[in-house]
Design a protein around this ligand. Structure first.
Ligand code: NOJ
Length: 558
C-alpha cells in the first residue's frame, strides 16, 4: 500500500472498529425493554396524593405483564422539590414523601423476583441550594465543603451562569441548571486566567467530589439497585469543549463500577449516544436535546412545543430525513460498544398524545415505529395507554422551563375509571398534579380488558421484539424509503435469515410507493401487525400501499 492508501484507510477506519476500552455492557441490555416511572405520579399507596415507592412495588405485576425488564425511576431522594427532585438535599436517603430506604430495598427485591431491574436517577452535576454541603460551603471559614462547589473569589464578580446571594463567603457560585442548583465542583479542563478561582480536575475539591459520587453509586448498588440514569452526564467538568476530562472521569467511574457490579448499567442523559458511549456509558438517548432528529419527528425545528412541521402528524408535511440521518450516524458510531434508546417520551417534553396527535391510530403509528427500530425500547409511564399531555397546568416544582411547561407530561397515572383514576385514595384536589380532566381519558383497567386496545397493541409490539431478533435491539436496520418530505417511511429489519419490512405512514393520505428491492425468487409477506397497509414484491420491486395513518410490520417468508 502506498502512503495515500494508508492515509485514506486511516481516515475512513470506522469508529466502531476502535478497540472498546471498557468491559462490555451486561448482556441483559440486549433484550431489555425499559419503563420510566416518575415516582410522584405513578401510584400512591398511603393516600397523601403523591405517588410513592410502595405504590410502584404494588404495580410490578402490571409492569411485568406489559413486558418490561427494567425500570428507570426519576429521582426519589430527599430534595427541596424545586426541580421535582433534581435538586437533591440528601443523596443517601429516599424522600419521606416516597417512603424509606427500606421501601426502596423491598422494591429492588420484589422487582428482582420478577426479573425486573431497577435503575435510579443519579443527579451527579449539582445539588439543591439547601443541601447541607452547600450550607457549609457558603461559610467564610474554610471547611470540608469549601471546595465542593464552584465559587468565585469576589461577590461582585458574576460571570454568565454564576449566581449571587447572601452568602457568608465572598463569592458567587456557578449553577448547573436552575439558580437553586449549584454545580458540584469536578474542576475545569482548561483554566481561564481571567477566572482565578477555577480549579483543575486534580485539585483537592474536585477529587473529593469525585470520591463522593462513587460513594453514592456504591451505596445504592450495594443496596440492590441495578444501575443509574445519570442526569446531565456531559456537564460535570467545566470548560471541556472536546470532553477529554469528562471522558476520563466517566472512564474511571465505569471501571470502578464494573469491577464491583458487573451486571450494573450506566445510562447517560447526554443526547448524543456516540459521545456518551465513548465516555464510558452503556446507553444514551436520542431525545429532544442536542440534534434536531428527535424533535423533527414529534415536534418541529423551532422548539419542543410546536408541531406544524413534524413527521408524525396527519398533515404529512414533515420530513423523516433529519432523524434518519442522525440516527444512522449514531448507530454506526456506537456499534457494538453500547446502546441507543429512542424513548416514547420523558418527563421533560411532551408525550406522543399531544394536540395534533390524539387519535389512537396516530399513537399506533408512533409506537409501531419506535418499537420496531434498532435500539433499546423505552415506554414513558402512561404512554402505553395513550395518556395525554395536559396543557395549561400551573408551574409545579419547577416544571416551567424556557420551552414550556413539563407538568403536562407528569400527571397521575390512570389506572381505572374511579374519581382518582386509581392513582390515590386522597381527594383529587390534593393530588400532586390534576388527573387528565377529559371524560374519556384512557385507563389501564379498561384497556387490559379490551384485546384490541392500544395497551394490548403496545404489549404485542414488545412481544414481537422478543419473538423476532430481527425486530429487536441488535437486529440490523436499513431504510428503504426515507426521502426528504416524503411518506411513508419504509425500512428493513434483519437478523440472520429473518427479515421484516416495516411501513409507517403518519399522514392522513394514502401513499403508494414502488421501491427497488434485492430478493431472489418468490417473496411473500406475512403481516404480523398491520393496519390499512399492504405490500407485495415482483420484478425486483416492492410495491407498498400505505393507507391513511397506517402501519405495517411484514415478515418476509421465502
Ligand atoms: C435533566 C432532567 O431530566 C430535568 O428534569 C432536570 O430539570 C434537569 N436535568 C436538571 O437536573
Amino acid at each position: 500500500m502506498n502512503w495515500k492508501k494508508w492515509l485514506t484507510a486511516l481516515l475512513f477506519f470506522p469508529t466502531t472498529m476502535f478497540a472498546q476500552k471498557f468491559k462490555p455492557a451486561p448482556d441483559w441490555l440486549k433484550t431489555a425493554a425499559f419503563y420510566q416511572i416518575y415516582p410522584q405520579s405513578f401510584k400512591d399507596s398511603d393516600g397523601d396524593g403523591i405517588g410513592d415507592i410502595n405504590g410502584i412495588t404494588s404495580k410490578l405485576d402490571y409492569i411485568k405483564w406489559l413486558g418490561m425488564d427494567a425500570i428507570w425511576l426519576n429521582p426519589c431522594f430527599e430534595s427541596s422539590f424545586q426541580d421535582a427532585g433534581y435538586d437533591v438535599t440528601d443523596f443517601y436517603r429516599v424522600a419521606k414523601r416516597y417512603g424509606t430506604n427500606d421501601d426502596l430495598k423491598r422494591l429492588f427485591r420484589e422487582a428482582h423476583k420478577r426479573n425486573i431491574r431497577v435503575c435510579l436517577d443519579l443527579v451527579a452535576g449539582h445539588t439543591s441550594i439547601d443541601h447541607p454541603w452547600f450550607k457549609e460551603s457558603q461559610k467564610a471559614t474554610k471547611n470540608e465543603y469549601s471546595g465542593r462547589y464552584i465559587w468565585t473569589n469576589d461577590s461582585t464578580v458574576k460571570p454568565d451562569r454564576y449566581v449571587s446571594g447572601k452568602f457568608e463567603r465572598n463569592g458567587t457560585f456557578r449553577k448547573n441548571f436552575f439558580d437553586i442548583q449549584p454545580a458540584l465542583n469536578y474542576g475545569f479542563a482548561t483554566l481561564d486566567p481571567a477566572h482565578p478561582w477555577e480549579q483543575p480536575v486534580t485539585a483537592e475539591g474536585p477529587q473529593a467530589t469525585r470520591k463522593e459520587l462513587m460513594r453514592i453509586i456504591d451505596f445504592w448498588m450495594t443496596m440492590g439497585c441495578d444501575g443509574f440514569r445519570v442526569d446531565m452526564a456531559s456537564s460535570l467538568i467545566k470548560n471541556d469543549p472536546d470532553k477529554t476530562e469528562t471522558n476520563k472521569l466517566w472512564a474511571e467511574i465505569r471501571q470502578h463500577f464494573q469491577s464491583k457490579f458487573p451486571q450494573g448499567i450506566l445510562i447517560a442523559e447526554w443526547g448524543n449516544p456516540a459521545r456518551a458511549i465513548k465516555a464510558g456509558f452503556m446507553m444514551d438517548f436520542i431525545i429532544h436535546l442536542g440534534n434536531d432528529g428527535y424533535s423533527s419527528l414529534f415536534f418541529n425545528k423551532e422548539g419542543t412545543y410546536r408541531h406544524d412541521t413534524c413527521y408524525f402528524s396527519e398533515e404529512g408535511n414533515g420530513t423523516p430525513k433529519i432523524f434518519v440521518d442522525y440516527y444512522l450516524e449514531q448507530l454506526k458510531k456506537v456499534g457494538e460498544n453500547g446502546y441507543i434508546c429512542v424513548p416514547t417520551a420523558n418527563h421533560d417534553y411532551q408525550r406522543p398524545n399531544c394536540g395534533i396527535r390524539e387519535s389512537e391510530e396516530q399513537l399506533r403509528t408512533v409506537t409501531a415505529f419506535l418499537m420496531t427500530i434498532a435500539g433499546v425500547p423505552l415506554f414513558y409511564y402512561g404512554d402505553e395507554i395513550g395518556m395525554r399531555f395536559i396543557p395549561g397546568l400551573p408551574n409545579k416544582e419547577g416544571s416551567v422551563v424556557r420551552k414550556g411547561n413539563r407538568a403536562g407530561s407528569r400527571t397521575p397515572m390512570q389506572w381505572n375509571t374511579s374519581r382518582g383514576a386509581g392513582f390515590s385514595t386522597a381527594d383529587p384536589e390534593q393530588f400532586y398534579l390534576p388527573i387528565d380532566p377529559s371524560e374519556c381519558r384512557p385507563n389501564v383497567e379498561a384497556e387490559m380488558a379490551n384485546p384490541s386496545s392500544l395497551l394490548h397493541f403496545n404489549r404485542r409490539l414488545l412481544q414481537l421484539r422478543k419473538q423476532y431478533p430481527a425486530l429487536g435491539t441488535r437486529g440490523s436496520i436499513r431504510f428503504l424509503y426515507a426521502e426528504d418530505g416524503k411518506y411513508p417511511l419504509v425500512y428493513e429489519r434483519a437478523a440472520g435469515k429473518e427479515k421484516f419490512i416495516v411501513v409507517i405512514n403518519p399522514a392522513a393520505r394514502e401513499e403508494k410507493v414502488s421501491l427497488p428491492y434485492n430478493a431472489i425468487g418468490d417473496v411473500r409477506f406475512e403481516p404480523v401487525l398491520a393496519n390499512r397497509s399492504a405490500i407485495s414484491f415482483s420484478e425486483g420491486r416492492l410495491r407498498i400501499d400505505a393507507g391513511k395513518v397506517s402501519y405495517g410490520i411484514f415478515k418476509i417468508k421465502n
